[in-house]
Design a protein around this ligand. Structure first.
Ligand code: ADP
Ligand code: ADP
Ligand code: ZN
Length: 213
């Protein structure tokens, strides 16, 4: 199963990817996570990406295409993958089709999750995650069952993303509308696109996604 989760920042891509990953046993490939790891590591890619991410802009296509091309070639992707945060531009979407064709692979579905702008800002403002296992949470919408303790791993350390602040969020939303939303018609044209109402509760959105697959 090869899937893309598409949608603006805060739509719930990562949240739904975690459920799909557990359901199908295929990895979530989050380019945002990969870039944050590169920044933390201080690699060349991380050095190039850091200020771009802090400004809410996009890292250059060439770097992202190379990153994802290497990643889908790894063994854990043999049964499929869930792309979260890639492609984000028409150039990335075209490059993805080329790299899949080269490997004789196809996309099963591109799932576009739509959420109102106000709700996106609310979701991003309350987002945090477990430092130890990466599980995502929200102050109001998905708090851990026991305050301060991760449901999945029992860890007690949590973090918030540096770019999840009001100003950067506005820039990221603008970037989404200008550069990423135009790829929706690209996938709609050949019937690969499916739309899901992301305004529903987490569980209901997940049920709707699974019903499509
Ligand atoms: P969100 O989940 O809020 O949409 P991500 O974690 O996917 O955010 O991405 C964080 C940042 O990393 C983006 O704002 C952008 O700067 C960079 N980034 C992630 N994926 C890509 C990509 N495919 N192309 C270019 N930049 C990317
Ligand atoms: P994305 O990966 O698209 O940027 P996330 O999956 O990180 O988005 O979700 C953003 C925030 O909103 C997280 O704190 C998450 O717990 C919360 N969230 C995700 N889906 C929903 C939903 N359907 N209803 C309410 N909150 C949600
Ligand atoms: Zn954890």
């Amino acid at each position: 199963m090869n899937l893309i989760l598409l949608g603006p920042p805060g739509a719930g891509k990562g949240t739904q990817a975690q459920r799909l990953m557990a359901h199908y046993g295929i990895p979530q490939l989050s380019t945002g996570e990969m870039l944050r790891a590169a920044v933390a590591e201080g690699s060349d890619l991380g050095k190039q990406a850091k200020s771009i991410m802090e400004a809410g802009d996009l890292v250059p296509d060439g770097l992202m295409i190379q990153l994802i091309s290497q990643r889908i070639g790894r063994e854990d992707c043999a049964n499929g993958f869930i792309l979260d945060g890639f492609p984000r531009t028409t150039a990335q979407a075209e490059a993805l089709d080329a790299m899949l064709a080269e490997r004789e692979l196809q996309l099963d579905k591109v799932i576009a999750i739509s959420v109102d702008e106000e709700a996106l800002i609310e979701r991003i403002s309350g987002r945090f995650s477990c430092t130890d296992c990466g599980t995502g949470y929200h102050d109001s919408f998905k708090p851990p069952a026991v305050e301060g303790v991760c449901d999945e791993c029992g860890g007690k350390n949590f973090e918030r993303r540096k770019d999840d602040n009001r100003e950067t969020v506005q820039a990221r939303l603008q970037t989404y509308h200008q550069q990423t939303a135009p790829i929706i018609p690209y996938y709609d044209a050949d019937g690969r696109l499916a739309r899901v109402d992301g305004m529903a509760e987490i569980r209901a959105v997940g049920d709707a996604v699974l019903a499509l697959l």
